[in-house]
Design a protein around this ligand. Sequence first.
Ligand SMILES: NC(=O)c1ccc[n+]([C@@H]2O[C@H](COP(=O)([O-])OP(=O)(O)OC[C@H]3O[C@@H](n4cnc5c(N)ncnc54)[C@H](O)[C@@H]3O)[C@@H](O)[C@H]2O)c1
Length: 311
Amino acid sequence: MQEKILIIGACGQIGSELTMKLRDKFGNKAVIASDIREGSTELMQSGPFEFLDATDKAAILMIIHKHQVTTVYLMAAMLSATAEKQPKKAWDINMNSLLYVLDFAKEKLIQKVYWPSSIAVFGETTPRIDTPQKTILEPATVYGISKLAGERWCAYYHNKFGVDVRTLRYPGIISWKTLPGGGTTDYAVEIFHKALQEGSYECFLSENTTLPMMYMEDALKATIDLMDGPFFKTYVSYNVAAVSFNPKELAEAIRKNVPNFTITYKPDFRQEIADTWPQTIDDSLAREEWNWKHEYDTNAIVKDMLKNLKS
Ligand SMILES: NC(=O)c1ccc[n+]([C@@H]2O[C@H](COP(=O)([O-])OP(=O)(O)OC[C@H]3O[C@@H](n4cnc5c(N)ncnc54)[C@H](O)[C@@H]3O)[C@@H](O)[C@H]2O)c1
């Protein structure tokens, strides 16, 4: 059967680039983008698009039938900082959409599911340096609670019903094409825009808040490699890591390219979230089992971000 992909939440930071990567790989018509809002001109014009609310089970089913979908990438979610403001709504979006899609896979209406987890599954009782794959998971945010519950639901549907659902714990994702959607690591994208537009940035995290990050190119590669590969040896939501830095270190790396750039710090409620997350991640299981390897280090990320945002 020809692979037909539905991306739910396709117009967001990751979805918009994932859609274009998958269209390059499988052909434009084989990848149906969907969201509650329109995406970029590139996304809207290069292939099929459907307005779709991830909390509407009947509507998802209709689109699955209409396009004979085989694989769903469920990217719609409310992210960490926004979710703290609307906890119940975040739970509704993040959890119900996943359960609907898992049910469709259980009923064999679709063959395969991708669902992103996050480093937000970890909490302040987790070791923060080289955070292991298997460790204490006591998230403090509603977003983290929803990601942890989501991971357990994925494992349950896999173990009990043989559902092919694959998941990664993304760190903060850095990209230039689409702005991020309300996460705690958003500063690491905003800083580039402000450096070029204004030459200065007021950061909402303190200077020494080290967090794991990854360039979009690497995040897409991890996602597609995981989905392309054979079924897991171990069923887990894989830790994946690339770089770790704090705002001060990122500002210094930017200053090498934008000499007069200045940064000030005014931590807000997002500091509290960041303080419960790991600083560095041990992703050796992903590296061993499916040869995960990142390409972009901090300097390469900075150079590529500035080059693309300038042009
Ligand atoms: N960006 C990151 O740094 C990061 C890190 C870890 C995990 N993740 C996860 O990756 C996934 C994608 O994240 P992102 O950064 O692209 O998020 P985003 O906020 O940029 O995009 C989410 C998209 O989902 C859409 N959406 C929201 N509610 C919807 C609904 N009810 N129905 C359909 N669409 C809806 C939004 O319009 C948006 O286009 C999420 O599950 C997120 O938790 C992201």
